[in-house]
Design a binder for this molecule. Structure first.
Ligand SMILES: Nc1ncnc2c1ncn2[C@@H]1O[C@H](COP(=O)(O)OP(=O)(O)O)[C@@H](O)[C@H]1O
Ligand SMILES: [Mg+2]
Length: 226
């Protein structure tokens, strides 16, 4: 279980999150939605330990989580920040090996099974991949740590619709075959609702909706929140 208990987060005088209470069951698939500036990225950063809450705490498997990303990655939390975070001048394979340095290097072959397009381009410079391929590589890099949780910040941004469907179905497949929990911040609500079970809406640093994806799909009144 990954959980936020009464989490408040500030940037100087600005309060980005207020008293957030959320629990995520292992292996679940959750979409996080809301306007720009609502606090979605800050929520992911608190969960992975990149931002320390000013009040409240993050708990992971019953123990408090300290705000130390490299330690938390080793515990099974992986964060894919917004944008295509790859090393542009390294090859696809080098990007994967570097990300898995502290883990099982042999896992590269598993990543190549999940993303055959990366296998075909293993020697290619990452910077010369298309946007969709770079996003696949960023996902592959996060998976090299064999995480229990994948925290994704707007993975579909900047991708063409057909590529978005491809990325979304890979994510669902990773969840189903590897049991990796997904917490996804997304602007593309319809595409995300197709693959998540639960939807959380954040507004001005607070949770204003927490329900099933079906409930949100069927209740268009709720769409005012984003
Ligand atoms: N590093 C930062 N320093 C100061 N303010 C920040 C920083 N990051 C985010 N904020 C502010 O915190 C609020 C929440 O931001 P964020 O979590 O990025 O929202 P979202 O991801 O929903 O767009 C916004 O008002 C934003 O301007
Ligand atoms: Mg954001």
């Amino acid at each position: 279980m990954l959980a936020a208990h009464g989490v408040t987060a500030n940037y100087g005088p600005l309060t980005a999150l207020s008293e957030i209470d959320l629990s995520f069951a292992p292996g679940s698939r959750v979409g996080v939605f809301g306007h720009n500036g609502a606090g979605k990225t800050t929520l992911l950063k608190c969960l992975v330990g990149a931002v320390a809450p000013s009040a409240g705490r993050i708990e992971y498997d019953g123990a408090p989580l300290t705000a130390n990303v490299s330690q938390n990655v080793r515990k099974g939390l992986a964060f894919v920040p917004q944008g295509h975070n790859v090393f542009p001048n390294l090859s696809v394979e080098q990007n994967l090996t570097i990300s898995g340095l502290l883990f099982d290097q042999g896992f590269v072959s598993r990543i190549f099974e999940i993303f055959p397009v990366l296998a075909e381009r293993r020697a290619q410079r990452a910077g010369s991949l298309s946007g969709g391929e770079q996003q696949m590589l960023a996902l592959g890099m996060a998976l090299m740590t064999q995480p229990k949780w994948l925290l994704l910040d707007e993975p579909s941004t900047g991708l063409a619709p057909v590529i978005i469907r491809n990325v979304m179905s890979r994510l669902k497949n990773i969840n189903e075959t590897m049991g990796t929990g997904l917490i996804m911040v997304e602007q593309n609500v319809p595409a995300t609702l197709k693959i998540v079970d639960r939807a959380v809406i954040v507004k001005a640093g607070r949770v204003v909706f927490d329900g099933t994806a079906q409930e949100l799909s069927e209740n268009k009144d709720l769409w005012k929140w984003f």
